[in-house]
Design a binder for this molecule. Structure first.
Ligand SMILES: Cc1cc2nc3c(=O)[nH]c(=O)nc-3n(C[C@H](O)[C@H](O)[C@H](O)COP(=O)(O)OP(=O)(O)OC[C@H]3O[C@@H](n4cnc5c(N)ncnc54)[C@H](O)[C@@H]3O)c2cc1C
Length: 184
């Protein structure tokens, strides 16, 4: 059983995958490669002067894969079910049992319908500050949890918050993914 399945490989999903894979959780990312980033050029991502959105995604995927995540571009998730002790993620190619699932599909919430997660009055997925939904172990990020606050850096932050919560759950205490200059 994989530890974490991430549905969507835009900034939110890849950011979550970076943290979980870097910290040795078995991580699989499914992505149909229709991220809005292909239409964007970034001048407002802290630390980056100017980068084409598609180039940013290519670099991000490579970084995440280097940390050991299995990034499956072109594999579409068609259903996610809560089986009690695991989530069953069905794709157009196979089926996976995972302990955590992170939804990072932009505005599209169709896959969450079968899980029975709660929505807000504004029709956004209801999450806590760690991006966890009302279903334990299921996280939601990006445009599905935010009313029009659609920026790559915000999505990446959502993904990081979800991943740190998963890591804290796994380790049984608040986890900090801190590195220091001597680590470089
Ligand atoms: C024209 C335009 C210009 C923009 N310019 C900027 C800008 O200058 N700066 C900025 O910060 N932001 C900009 N944005 C917004 C930015 O692109 C988004 O905020 C960002 O892409 C959101 O990231 P995300 O990971 O939440 O979702 P997305 O990037 O939308 O990624 C979702 C991913 O999930 C995949 N997916 C969906 N369903 C499934 C499924 N069932 N199975 C597998 N994969 C699935 C999709 O193919 C996609 O790759 C712009 C957007 C547009 C449209």
């Amino acid at each position: 059983m994989a530890d974490v399945a991430i549905v969507g490989g835009g900034p939110a999903g890849l950011s979550a995958a970076l943290f979980t894979a870097k910290n040795d959780l078995d991580t699989v990312v499914f992505d149909t490669d229709e991220t809005w980033m292909h239409k964007a050029h970034l001048y407002n991502y802290l630390g980056i002067d100017s980068v084409d959105g598609t180039e940013f995604m290519e670099q991000s995927r490579e970084q995440v894969a280097d940390f050991g995540a299995d990034v499956r571009v072109g594999e579409e998730v068609t259903a996610v079910e809560d089986a009690g002790d695991a989530f069953v993620v069905t794709t157009d190619d196979s089926e996976y049992d995972v302990r955590y699932v992170v939804f990072a599909t932009g505005t599209d919430t169709e896959l969450l319908d079968g899980l029975g997660v709660e929505f807000t009055d504004d029709d956004l997925v209801d999450v806590d500050l760690s991006m966890e939904t009302s279903v334990d172990g299921a996280y939601a990020t990006g445009a599905m949890v935010r009313d029009q606050e659609w920026q790559a850096v915000i999505s990446a932050g959502d993904g990081g918050a979800a991943a740190l919560d998963i890591l804290s759950n796994e380790k049984g205490e608040q986890y900090h993914d801190f590195d220091v200059p001597d680590d470089a």
